[in-house]
Design a protein around this ligand. Structure first.
Ligand code: IPE
Ligand code: IPE
Ligand code: MG
Length: 233
């Protein structure tokens, strides 16, 4: 079986998973965050080299204050665990998104984690945190404009590769496969530039229930597709 080099995941359905159990949404988030490590391990064992998960979008700030607070706490704890685990499991962790809006303590934790894991050679694990594709593109355009203004770059030099280097995903290959759980079939502002040619797999399974078998199903679907990139095969 052909294994996608890069899988992008939209972890959706935590709230609905909790609701089905008459539990508060935050309980679903706690269960959902526990599932991430398991799927990372499974993906790596299958031969996936890059895994990017959508943990918190630029639009998620509009959720009720207590839910945002819980999500931030969970993410902060998750980063803390990662710092402990990353050397043991040889994972390289990078955060994509605008981290300047996060708590200073969280920003420091992110820097520590990225620095600590930068030479690890196992799974490349990206967490999209306060991430929105349009926001990422605007931030990239602003930096690019500054470089043009400072004459570090000429307008003629701008091409897809140069532009890609201004994105948060610099040095990370484009996703081959996108998986979204919980039945929604939309991108919700995720990796719009990078997923120009990604295969899309949607499953009704809610994120806390998403298992190794579901991951295998997604990879089987990927294998059933003929990748053409606009050409003919
Ligand atoms: C995904 O689950 C987690 C985040 C967006 C942070 P949701 O919270 O979106 O769960 P549903 O979609 O309401 O069920
Ligand atoms: C997308 O899920 C964002 C994350 C999974 C972090 P949402 O549940 O927030 O997306 P919409 O609002 O249903 O499009
Ligand atoms: Mg949702």
């Amino acid at each position: 079986m052909q294994i996608p080099e890069h899988i992008a995941l939209i972890l959706d359905g935590n709230g609905r998973w909790a609701k089905k159990r008459m539990m508060p949404r935050n309980y679903g988030h706690a269960q959902g965050s526990k599932n991430v490590e398991k799927i990372c391990r499974a993906a790596y064992n299958m031969g996936v080299k890059y895994l990017t998960v959508y943990a918190f979008s630029t639009e998620n700030w509009s959720r009720p204050e207590d839910e945002v607070e819980t999500l931030m706490k969970l993410l902060n704890n998750y980063l803390k665990d990662c710092i402990k685990q990353t050397t043991k499991n040889n994972m390289r962790v990078r955060i994509i998104g605008d981290i300047t809006r996060l708590d200073v303590s969280m920003q420091e934790r992110i820097k520590e984690l990225e620095e600590l894991s930068k030479n690890n050679t196992g799974l490349n694990f990206q967490v999209a945190l306060n991430y929105g594709s349009r926001d990422e593109i605007i931030r990239a355009v602003k930096r690019l404009a500054v470089d043009c203004e400072n004459k570090a770059l000429t307008i003629d030099e701008i091409d897809e590769k140069v532009f890609g280097n201004y994105l948060d995903t610099k040095d990370i290959p484009d996703p081959d496969l996108m998986i979204r759980t919980s039945g929604e079939q939309r991108l919700s502002n995720y990796l719009l530039w990078q997923m120009a040619y990604a295969e899309m797999y949607f499953t009704d399974t809610l994120w806390p229930d998403f298992s190794e078998k579901d991951l295998e199903d997604a990879i089987r679907y990927y294998n059933s597709k003929e990748r053409r990139f606009g050409g003919l095969r």
